[in-house]
Each structure stands twice: as structure tokens, then as C-alpha cells.
Design a protein around this ligand. Sequence first.
Ligand SMILES: [Zn+2]
Length: 207
Amino acid sequence: MQGFVLAIRKVKEEDLLVTVLTESKIKTMYRFYGARHSSINLGYKIDFASESIQNRTLLRLRDVTHLGYSWLQDRNKLLAWQSFCALLGEHLKEVNEHGGFYFHMLDSVAAKLSRGSAKRMLLESYIAMLKTEGRFHDHTECFFCGKKFNKTDNIALARGFLPSHEKCVFQPGFNRQKIADFFESGDTVSFENAEVEALFSVMLLGF
Ligand SMILES: [Zn+2]
């Protein structure tokens, strides 16, 4: 079975609780310490097997193979990827089964991450995720005061990419047309790199 590591928690000295997103499930498994076990890191794609532990409801994680990507050597890409995976792990905390969207989202980004900006690709995935989950808010009116944006307004984004007036959330906004392009096309091409950094910081506030 294959999956992406969304969380790792240390329990009892060197044992670990590892949460993995597979094609249809979120599995949290116990990994007993073993000096010769390969290391597991947040965001890694792994091949693994699981088996039940006697007298316990938990599964034991075994036969782990790390399925590497060339971009793992790029520290900035890896950090952006890991923060995205950690947020996704938090977001899916109460979920046991899913329809496959989340796995395919990570799988397709991971496959192309060596060829472009990690932050742009992850932001584009995030917008697609909000739309899939039905949590996407249109860019026509402010989420907080409910008033329509004027043509000259910048649009600030609150956590969850809720569009807002700058004065309603006390945050500097983005160019209105650029936000409209991003929200409609799901593509970050209109944004300068500095704006991508700012959008990424908003995303890091939480899914
Ligand atoms: Zn407002």
C-alpha cells in the first residue's frame, strides 16, 4: 500500500505514531523502534504494510520503503511541501475515509514539483481543495461585512482565503483583478513572487 505521511508523533522513547494518507483512507499506525528501520519524515511518500497488534485496536506499521522524489534535495521545496502536509494532517484529523481527492492532489503535485514553484503549485492545490470541499468563497463581497467590493478596493484574504476588506481584517490586500483571476482560473500566474509568498503565509494560518 502507498501513502503520504501527514503526521508523526513520538510515543514511549523511540516508538512512533505515524498518520498516513492512502488513496482512500487516513491510517494512524504504531511503529516500534528498530535501529535498522529506514527513517520516516513528514511528507514522505511511502510504501508500507500494516498488521494488527495482538489485543490492541491499533495497527502496526511495517515494511516501510521511502519512495523518493528528486526535489526532496531542495530545502525550500521540502519545507513548503511539509508545511502543506502538516496542515492537511490537521485538517483531516477526524477523517477515516475519503473519496480519493486528497491523495490524488498530493500525488499530482509531488510528481511535478521538481519542475516549478512549490508555493505556486500548493496554492493552486489549495484553491482546488476549497472548491472541492464547497468551502470556496467568491471574490465579489466581503465575508465579514457582507458589502460588495468596489472596483478600486484591494482584497485582503483571511484564514481559509475568505475575501475581505482590508479594514475589516486589518490586513493589507491584494490587487482585486489578480485575486479574481486566481479564484476563477485557479492559477497563480498573475501574481509576482512576493505576492505568492504573502498568499502562502495566509494559507499557513490554517486550512
Ligand atoms: Zn468588509
